[in-house]
Design a protein around this ligand. Sequence first.
Ligand SMILES: [Zn+2]
Ligand SMILES: [Zn+2]
Length: 349
Amino acid sequence: MRGVVFTGGRELELMEFPDPTPGPDEVVIEMKASGMCGSDLHQYRRAKGGGQATGLPMNPNPTIAGHEPCGVVAAVGPGVTAKEARIGERVMVHHYQGCTQCIHCRSGWQQLCQETQVKVYGNNAHGGHAKYLLVPANTLVPLPDELSFSAGAAIACGTGTAYGALRRMNLSGNDTIAIFGQGPVGLSGTQFAKAMGAKVIALDVNPQRLERAKEFGADEVVNPGSNDPVAAIKELTHGRYADLTLDTSSNPEARLNAIKSTKVWGTMCFVGEGGNVNIDVSPHLLRRQLTLVASWTFSTIGQAECARYVVDRKIDVDKLFTHRWKLEQAEEAYRLFDQQSDGKGVFLM
Ligand SMILES: [Zn+2]
Ligand SMILES: [Zn+2]
């Protein structure tokens, strides 16, 4: 089979790999949809021969990209029970593998495992941008019948991440939330926050993305390129600032603006990967009793909960996708995604 490999410096190759066969407790997924997530851009853009910006160690061997895998079970290895996986079952993958036995792994948060070098499928282990994906059976999360494979792919990272962050901040219908960045994660955040009853202020430097944010229910949109976002949020909240703020952009200025536009006693949450922020602790945090939250994706249970929420609340996750690609179009797909001006892309197999 052929798989998409990021080779550094905004280049990629479709490389040949052997079709995988499942070992004990493993399954092979026949991919149906493999989503493109903002954090893939860190790998796509990294310097040739350079390290990663996201704090995960690199795999020195060519590694298939794609950490939003969704498909059907094609083969099961020895020891996999029917409860864990059945041939033909529609599944998403929780794209991490830790030691499986520590408290984090057992609670469904294998990415937080401290006992071993965590595998992140599509990052330091083979991911979903190929015909097949080999994963341990314990990474599977059932895809509800009502959801498309594309929706499952989105929930497997970007959309699930947005949901996880809002749940972590205990967003309610009383809250006004400002969401910095309206890429796939930010736009999902806007969609979910509206479904949860909140008032949403959506921010992005790209007018096209702001237009989409409006279509996804944003009550107000602010372009920090032409408007002071902190002043705009102050005005839109009658001088109080936002109850909650979420940074999906990873931009240092946006992160600081998110902190500055959070109300006294409010909560600011980081989900964007990589980079820095320079915080002046006393004025930005202490004087305002701020809570800072870091939110890294979700657990297997959170992923299943997100899928269920999407079904029950009839949230149109497929609407996030503006581009559907074949694997052979990967170069064009990532070149376009790199511009960060359009919606989400997905490879359909
Ligand atoms: Zn563990
Ligand atoms: Zn992701």
